[in-house]
Design a protein around this ligand. Structure first.
Ligand code: 5GP
Ligand code: MN
Length: 321
């Protein structure tokens, strides 16, 4: 933390970023740091490797971002949120690796090896990177932040803990949620913005995923998958996958869940969740991805079909059990 603070103190222009297809935690952490740095009089820019999930678009109103178009803007310092491997930034990560900008990571994922960070704000016990961002803002002496920053921190915390229901929702997470509510965050408004603005095709998207449900090992493993073709046939949509994953995890005998979705352009994305014992971060790593012990994911190399990905996921999950 100390090194990170002094790097910021010695920088004027600061670039913020995070992982591909930024989620609520990634965008929330960026937003907290953005407002803290602005309060400290820094020039700040948020640049994402690609477009985030639509449901977080409301955050852009107070934390404007641009998308990487092949060139990194000139800056004295880069701060990367919610991932600690540069390959999670796709092509933007390659540009970062080539630049000599010092870089800080603000993250809560296990860090298996040194990825060349100049300084780290890293704690695996933090429920969300957004909470580490609040600690960072405090260490920088930013004082009280605007309500928008607290709202963004709340988005980060609540989306990464499934509204405080997953095993990462420790006492510090619950205390932080209460503190953010005391700061004036309209918690019901955030719930509505994040979870109640889905497209009308969402139920049929869930149908498309669930019609391919398969159980293995007496139901300890559940795998669902959805192809782009079937989604289109049904008129379904599947932007975020939380509901399907939650439903499958609600089955008593299920320990681990995999959900494969074919994205536009044919890319296959895997989400993994587990309940008590299975380390899905390890499973995801064998498939070229990563994450946390109870929530992880991977993106298959382009050209991998949904069927081919399914074969790999079945083998990886059954092997880990
Ligand atoms: P989700 O299933 O919600 O997309 O992601 C759950 C967790 O898995 C996140 O914390 C994220 O860090 C990790 N994750 C998701 N997709 C990928 C991926 O393609 N690569 C890696 N390394 N991690 C991923
Ligand atoms: Mn996170």
């Amino acid at each position: 933390m100390k090194e990170a603070v002094s790097l910021v103190e010695n920088s004027k222009r600061i670039l913020l970023s995070g992982h591909l297809r930024a989620d609520g935690d990634c965008l929330g952490a960026q937003s907290v740091i953005f407002h803290a740095l602005r309060k400290l009089g820094k020039q700040v820019e948020v640049m994402l490797p690609n477009a985030p999930d639509n449901r977080y678009g409301f955050l852009e109103a107070h934390t404007p971002w641009t998308l990487f178009d092949g060139t990194l803007p000139a800056a004295d310092l880069l701060i990367v949120c919610d991932c600690n491997q540069l390959d999670r930034l796709g092509a933007m990560g390659e540009a970062v690796a080539k630049s000599d900008m010092p870089r800080i990571v603000v993250d809560h994922h296990p860090m298996e090896e040194d990825h060349g960070w100049t300084a780290q704000v890293h704690d695996c016990s933090a429920a969300a990177s957004g909470l580490l961002a609040l600690d960072f803002a405090a260490a920088l002496g930013a004082g009280d932040l605007p309500l928008e920053a607290y709202e963004a921190a709340f988005v980060a915390l609540m989306t990464d803990t499934g509204w405080l229901k997953y095993s990462n929702a420790n006492a510090a997470a619950w205390a932080a949620a209460a503190r953010l509510a005391e700061h004036g965050v309209d918690t019901a408004r955030v719930y509505d913005l994040v979870y109640q603005q889905a497209e009308i095709g969402r139920p049929l998207g869930m149908v498309a995923a669930l019609e391919n449900l398969e159980y293995h090992a007496d139901g300890q493993i559940a795998i669902a998958s959805v192809s782009q073709t079937r989604l289109t046939e049904l008129g379904g949509s599947m932007e975020d996958t939380d509901d399907v994953l939650d439903l499958l995890r609600s089955i008593r005998v299920v320990e681990a869940v995999g959900l494969l979705t074919e994205r536009e352009g044919g890319m296959v994305k895997l989400s993994l969740r587990s309940k008590q014992v299975l380390d899905v971060n390890k499973v995801a790593r064998t498939l070229g991805g990563g994450g946390h012990a109870r929530a992880a994911g991977a993106t298959f190399a382009s050209g991998t079909s949904l069927e081919q990905a399914l074969v790999q996921v079945r083998a990886a999950l059954l092997g880990a059990l």
